[in-house]
Design a protein around this ligand. Structure first.
Ligand SMILES: O=C(O)c1cc(=O)[nH]c(=O)n1[C@@H]1O[C@H](COP(=O)(O)O)[C@@H](O)[C@H]1O
Length: 314
């Protein structure tokens, strides 16, 4: 199992983080995908799922649901991704349940991506980073999903703290929902800039601009940078249509939309081209629906990991 204490040998050119884990998130995530298959199991304790599992729609129910998923699926996935909204809806006790979920995953040596999709002006982003990316914070996982809508520079405090503590980010880039292209395929205005085109001459899409931020921060990392991208498995030909260079991004790619949103092995294989070795398929409801029986839940995670491995690495 890949935990902060047992990663593979780090490549020579990679800088060790100054505190916390000894290896970068990208290195640990790449090792976890190699070991368990490129699957992330989302922990989304929907009210309907709690009901199906015979659990109450309360913080206690959410906590019990989550701990069972950690135990059954943790050993069979590259990462677990608790979705913060399902905890937040139960107030402070729900947040405590998220903390307990992260602690259980940490104790089991399973990587976690906290799916909170945070984004704000830089000074506030620093506080979000402190909550989700600081050593010792009870809400810190191994990575955090972030929303770049306030501009890429606004994410710098999170990128800096993540790099310092061996954690990672996943930037929303081409999301799995049908409304995403309205914003993500838009071309930058004349004054828009991307990191490798400071004069803005190319007028790239918003998604390509986001990917170029990851590329700049991941440039020296091997085997994989720690600034990841979210690209839905449902996006069809959007990677090419939006001019997103996933290979140059050198980023771990989180691909939600597998299962309940309709994408499967064929979509995974078709969407990511030469970057598919860096992709981690992400499913929540389609795996969680196999519970509450632990054996069935485990079997669903293993089958999904096998499918993802064949689609992305076969
Ligand atoms: O960041 C995400 O994880 C995410 C990005 C995206 O583009 N689409 C997307 O569905 N997600 C999340 O992935 C999960 C999908 O759940 P299922 O549709 O049940 O597999 C939810 O928690 C979403 O919030």
């Amino acid at each position: 199992m890949t935990s902060p204490g047992t990663p593979p040998a780090a490549p020579a050119q990679e800088q060790a983080p100054t505190q916390g884990t000894a290896f970068s998130f990208g290195t640990r995530f790449a090792a976890a995908m190699d070991e368990h298959g490129p699957l992330c199991v989302g922990i989304d304790p929907h009210a309907a799922l709690l009901d199906a599992w015979g659990l109450p729609d309360t913080a206690a129910g959410v906590r019990e649901f989550s701990l069972r998923v950690v135990e059954a699926c943790g050993p069979h996935a590259a990462a677990l991704k608790p979705q913060a909204a399902f905890y937040e809806r139960h107030g402070s006790a729900g947040i405590a349940a998220l903390e307990d979920t992260l602690a259980a995953a940490r104790a089991a040596g399973v990587l976690t991506i906290v799916d909170a999709k945070r984004g704000d002006i830089g000074s506030t982003m620093a506080a979000y980073a402190d909550a989700y990316l600081r050593d010792g914070s009870p809400l810190a996982g191994d990575a955090l999903t972030v929303n770049p809508f306030l501009g890429l520079g606004s994410l710098d405090p999170a990128a800096e703290l993540a790099a310092d503590t061996g954690r990672g980010l996943f930037l929303l880039c081409l999301t799995s929902n049908k409304e995403g292209p309205d914003v993500q395929h838009a071309r930058l205005a004349r004054h828009g800039r991307r990191h490798d085109d400071p004069d803005g001459a190319q007028q790239v899409t918003v998604a390509a601009y986001i990917a170029s931020y990851a590329a700049a921060l991941n440039a020296l990392s091997s085997p994989l940078g720690s600034v990841g991208l979210v690209v839905g498995a449902t996006v069809g030909d959007a990677v090419a249509a939006a001019g997103v260079d996933l290979v140059a991004a050198n980023a771990p790619i989180l691909a939600p939309g597998v299962g309940a949103q309709g994408a499967g092995a064929a979509e995974l294989a078709a969407t990511f081209g030469e970057a598919r070795g860096r992709v981690c398929a992400s499913s929540s409801r389609s795996i969680l629906a196999a519970g509450p029986d632990a054996t069935a839940l485990r079997a669903a995670a293993c089958a999904a990991a096998d499918d993802a491995r064949h689609a992305l690495r076969g």
